[in-house]
Ligand binder design. Structure first.
Ligand SMILES: NC(=O)c1ccc[n+]([C@@H]2O[C@H](COP(=O)([O-])OP(=O)(O)OC[C@H]3O[C@@H](n4cnc5c(N)ncnc54)[C@H](OP(=O)(O)O)[C@@H]3O)[C@@H](O)[C@H]2O)c1
Length: 345
């Protein structure tokens, strides 16, 4: 039984890691500055491009860019399910005292080496285990806050141009992202949470609705462990919030550029907030908020590093194209702006 559970855990962890590596590799190869790779670079851009940076001779194999909303519908439903199940499981495994959590966090970071990038933490103490489960709940709460805001924005803030398109492969990658990203945040507890959910379902089926004991819910014990996590979670949460707020502002600026319906297809130079320093501040903010998630995870889970690597690669590629597009389109484009990383790129 124990061996089966280890195999199951390793299976899902390695499957998710392999998926991230497969998604990162084409971007990594396309970023190598070699003339031999020019056509591969164009191919990757053709698949990853959208809206103003999509260069395709025909609309074959494309979907409207407003289908971006589907990512957040899927992301919100899936993150909510993962969060609700993991949270219920965390409540069942009993909250821990603040001192215990704190000591466990410090110990795991002082010993840094023993846990860093370990793929199966089979020798966790009960306190370390509880800390790991509650940390997954915390990461999923942050993800939920992000996908819900993006869902609202894609319906009420962005005004997609009717001619803006997205390659079907880019669309599938978006669906992949919002399925695998929330899972990556809780992958090291996913097998035990799945077993917990399966046992609840089995009880429900065997006993029927009327005879299944409703799980007791105590708001204090469901929330207090989240307030007692360690410094990494606090610092990561603050960085996440910083990126989240700037992305919200930058999206509001983009949405305000087409207030008049006659401007539905127009592109205008955006101003304000981080737009004063880079061309794609909403992409930079996304990288910052995923960095917050990475720090809040403690940085010991390689799957979350891969998730962050994908976000950086994908958005840096799109930001470079966007910046070149602005420079071609507007003669008066502000010369002090970088593509995505201030003073660097
Ligand atoms: N995590 C990831 O890997 C990932 C991947 C992709 C996107 N995202 C996030 O999703 C968000 C949206 O990404 P996106 O690629 O769709 O952004 P985008 O291409 O900048 O488009 C966002 C919206 O703003 C409009 N817009 C952009 N520039 C404009 C301008 N100069 N004038 C007028 N309207 C303009 C677009 O119009 P059109 O409809 O005409 O294009 C679209 O409606 C970003 O914050 C990004 O970080 C994340």
């Amino acid at each position: 039984m124990v061996i089966a559970s280890i195999v199951m855990e390793l299976g899902i962890v390695w499957l998710v890691r392999a998926a991230w590596i497969a998604a990162i590799l084409p971007m990594l190869i396309a970023s190598i500055p070699s003339s031999k790779l020019t056509s591969f670079h164009q191919l990757v851009l053709g698949f990853a491009g959208r809206g103003k940076i999509l260069h395709l001779s025909s609309q074959k194999w494309t979907v409207p860019q407003k289908y971006f909303a589907h990512f957040y519908v899927v992301g919100a439903a899936w993150t909510t399910l993962l969060l609700a199940t993991t949270w219920m499981y965390a409540c069942k495994t009993a909250p821990s005292s603040s001192e215990e959590f704190h000591l466990s966090d410090i110990a795991s970071h002082l010993t840094g080496g023993s846990h860093v990038f370990s793929f199966h933490k089979s020798h966790l103490t009960p306190v370390e285990h509880r800390f790991k489960v509650w940390r997954a709940v915390f990461l999923l709460v942050l993800m939920e806050i992000q996908v819900l805001r993006r869902l609202i924005e894609s319906f009420y803030v962005f005004k997609y141009s009717p001619s803006a398109r997205l390659h079907i492969l880019g669309y599938l990658v978006g669906l992949f992202f919002y399925t695998v990203a929330p899972l990556s945040l809780c992958v090291n507890v996913a097998p035990e949470v799945a077993r917990f959910a399966a046992s609840l379902m089995a009880e429900f089926i065997a006993k029927g609705k009327g005879h299944t004991s409703a799980p007791e819910f105590d708001i204090l014990s469901a929330l207090s462990p989240l307030m007692k996590l360690g410094w990494c979670q606090l610092i990561g949460g603050v960085i996440f919030l910083w990126g989240w707020l700037h992305q919200r502002r930058c999206h509001a600026i983009l949405g305000s550029l087409r207030e008049n319906p006659s401007q539905a297809k127009e592109y205008i130079i955006p101003h304000g907030d981080w737009f004063e320093i880079v061309s794609s501040p909403h992409y930079l903010a996304e990288i910052v908020l995923y960095l917050g998630l990475l720090i809040a995870s403690g940085g010991t889970e390689i799957t979350i590093w891969l998730l962050h690597g994908f976000v950086v690669g994908n958005l840096t590629l799109a930001a470079g194209e966007t910046h070149r597009w602005y420079l071609r389109k507007f003669e008066n484009y502000p010369a002090n702006r970088n593509a995505i990383f201030p003073y660097v790129y």
